[in-house]
Design a binder for this molecule. Structure first.
Ligand SMILES: Nc1ncnc2c1ncn2[C@@H]1O[C@H](COP(=O)(O)OP(=O)(O)O)[C@@H](O)[C@H]1O
Ligand SMILES: C[C@@](O)(CCOP(=O)(O)O)CC(=O)O
Ligand SMILES: [Mg+2]
Length: 320
């Protein structure tokens, strides 16, 4: 039997970090994906391989342990957690491929988790739907990271551009929002779990300052929803810049992210901000009239991704 699944990366337009405190957020699935293939193993060992991410490990699925043969272990924790949730511990071979930069704020952990769970459900012939899959993937991220909002796993499951409301209701934007965005990312990786914990500590030490900042981030996300519906790019850009300022206040900005954010603005972006957890990772810039200039400006020192939003969420099938 061979089960296949894939799930998209995402970019957060508004509301990272504040979404952890139940404020609204807006994020969209983008045209980068993680792919998982599961087959039966010919030996008594479970193997996980990824050529793209350059790692190989022997998995002890029962005890959530692994023996790393090569590469970095980070993303394996999500896979082990997913296996532990669903798999009966029979020996399997899992192949993971992905063109999503890892630890770059583009939700590689969510895409890998969603694709792994969907492939496992197919492999074991377990019924699932998008709602149950998004929920299970969120539980996996939460178990690995300690704190996680449902945003990344929702977007990776459903695809499209999504508004997540304060009470966790998902609204899909109907507008055709192929706005010209450029993503820049540094070679310094952020760690979502750590960044989220650092924000929590800052908030606990300074509640009277940080609580109003977090609710202002929620308010600006609601203004952004209206601006997106009207395709008012100038307003969206202004709100992205405000959102970046608040993320700086939360302490998740870095020298490299700052440099990219201001380079993008100098090259003509009408808005630019950190996207994802920060502490390394990515920025996103809205540049309706200056995509090439902004991409060139960022590429002088960092990496550029020309992303497109996609409606395609998780996809999976099985061959018997
Ligand atoms: N080259 C790599 N190979 C495997 N895992 C990695 C690599 N670089 C970073 N990681 C780990 O992958 C995980 C990425 O998840 P996360 O921090 O949520 O970032 P994102 O989801 O934005 O990509 C982290 O646990 C990190 O430690
Ligand atoms: C910071 C946060 O809001 C988004 C993290 O996104 P990413 O893992 O950096 O892609 C955390 C969360 O929503 O769980
Ligand atoms: Mg992540």
């Amino acid at each position: 039997m061979r089960a296949l699944a894939s799930a998209p990366a995402k970019t957060i337009l508004f509301g990272e970090h504040s979404v952890v405190y139940d404020e609204p957020a807006i994020a969209g699935a983008v045209n980068k994906r993680a792919y998982v293939e599961i087959t039966e193993s010919k030996t008594d060992k479970s193997i996980l391989k990824s050529y793209d991410l350059n790692f190989e490990a022997e998995l002890d699925t029962k005890h959530k342990k692994y023996n790393l043969k090569r590469g970095k272990p980070g993303i394996i924790r999500y896979i082990l957690e997913a296996l532990n949730k669903v798999h009966d511990h029979s020996p399997i071979v899992m192949k993971l491929s992905s063109n999503i930069p890892i630890g770059s704020g583009l939700g590689s952990s969510a895409a890998v988790t969603v694709a792994t769970l969907a492939a496992l459900y197919r492999f074991h012939n377990i019924r699932f739907n998008k709602k149950s899959l998004a929920h299970d993937a969120h539980m996996v991220e939460q178990a690995v990271q300690g704190i996680a909002s449902p945003l990344d796993t929702l977007v990776s499951t459903y695809g499209g551009l999504v508004y997540l409301s304060r009470n966790k209701k998902v609204e899909h934007f109907k507008v055709n929002f192929n706005a010209p965005f450029v993503v820049g990312y540094t070679n310094k990786h952020g760690n979502t779990g750590k960044m989220v914990k650092d924000v929590r500590l800052l908030k606990n030490r300074n509640p009277k300052i940080i609580n109003p900042v977090i609710s202002a981030m929620g308010q600006l996300t609601n203004y952004a929803k209206q601006a997106i519906l009207k395709r008012d790019f100038d307003k969206i850009g202004e709100l992205m810049n405000l959102n970046h300022g608040f993320l700086d206040v939360l302490g998740v900005n870095t020298l490299e992210l700052s440099r990219m954010v201001y380079t993008a603005r100098e090259c003509g972006a009408i808005g630019s901000k950190i996207t994802g957890a920060g502490g390394g990772g990515s920025i996103i810039a809205l540049c309706p009239n200056s995509v090439d200039e902004v991409a060139r400006g960022i590429a002088a020192e960092d990496n550029v991704l020309k992303i497109r939003f996609t409606r395609k969420g998780v996809s999976s099938r099985v061959y018997k």
